[in-house]
Ligand binder design. Sequence first.
Ligand code: F6P
Length: 364
Amino acid sequence: MSKRMKICINTGGGDAPGLNAVIEAVTMAAYNRQWEVYGIKCGYAGLLNTDDIINLTPEKVDGIASIGGTILGTTNKGNPFDMPICNAAGEWETRDLSDRVMENFRRLRFDALVAVGGDGSLDIAHRFAAKGMPVIGVPKTIDNDMGGTVITFGFDTAVSIATEAIDRLHSTAKSHDRVMVVEVMGRDAGFIALNSGISGNADVILIPEIPFDIDKVCDKLMDNELHGRKYAIVVAAEGALPKGGDVVTKSICEPGRQHVVLGGIAEYVANEISQRTGKDTRSMVLGHLQRGGSPTTFDRLLSLRFGAAAVRAIELGKFDHMVALHSPDIALVPLEEALGIKKRVRADGDTVLTARDLGISFGD
Ligand code: F6P
């Protein structure tokens, strides 16, 4: 009989629809092997202060696969190798608390950690693997920018939400003969903008991988008008940038850090269009709506498959790897290999070519 394991799971980075489905699958697959499984709260913070660790049982995870967010909580500022601490003088400094995490992991006699997260959280997981922690990664991000896997869970839901929003913008834009510029998430990758823009019948899609010329964007809109289409939809990825220019950012003040984040490209593009064409133009930012609510069926199933595969990987002793979709199968990829790939939209890829064949402009 194989060893009865005691495993734990955490969720790190920004939330993504499907996290709860991974938790449910890991719990059930472990339970069905008569293993113990524990939930670590708020990424790695729950391994620094261990008061809040919860025993996950079938009752606790029953039906959570269809619910958005994560029952374990998450954070995108909890790197134990570089933890912001407020010192006695009231000043913020960073400390390496990774040894404390290792001590707690060993004291609690865990046999393995399932780390669910994007590139940041999985990089932390890989660093713990180097310190001797048996870790399996599960890739998550709505941005779909994680290497080593065809797709991450959360992406399909984000694209569906963005597409529905674009669909809705058509009628209001048409009624007013307006240009609507909608900003979607994605960090430095344009996958959400590209897929939702094509599906939502946009006129222009702006993505980080194809820097745009605002004059070309305006030419497309004026050309539309010659063909009788007086309104237009522009989908801009938050990381899109003009040729020779820079991304648009804003500053957020949080305890311990002044944080610069992407944001504002839709407003910038809308102002430029309005000034250059005289067209009535509005901008909107879809923001965190893209991460909220229930996962699509695709994301739910992928998350359940990832969670179950993570438990099988533990059984095989394949640590320092992450589960990945290599359609139609789930594969195991070394974390080092996956983290070394920056996945971006291929400007010569089929999806971009499809958009061009449909008459969509990238402003290039
Ligand atoms: O990586 C996921 C993501 O939603 C990005 O698309 C976006 O830039 C970022 O997280 C937003 O982060 P936060 O939740 O900290 O505002």
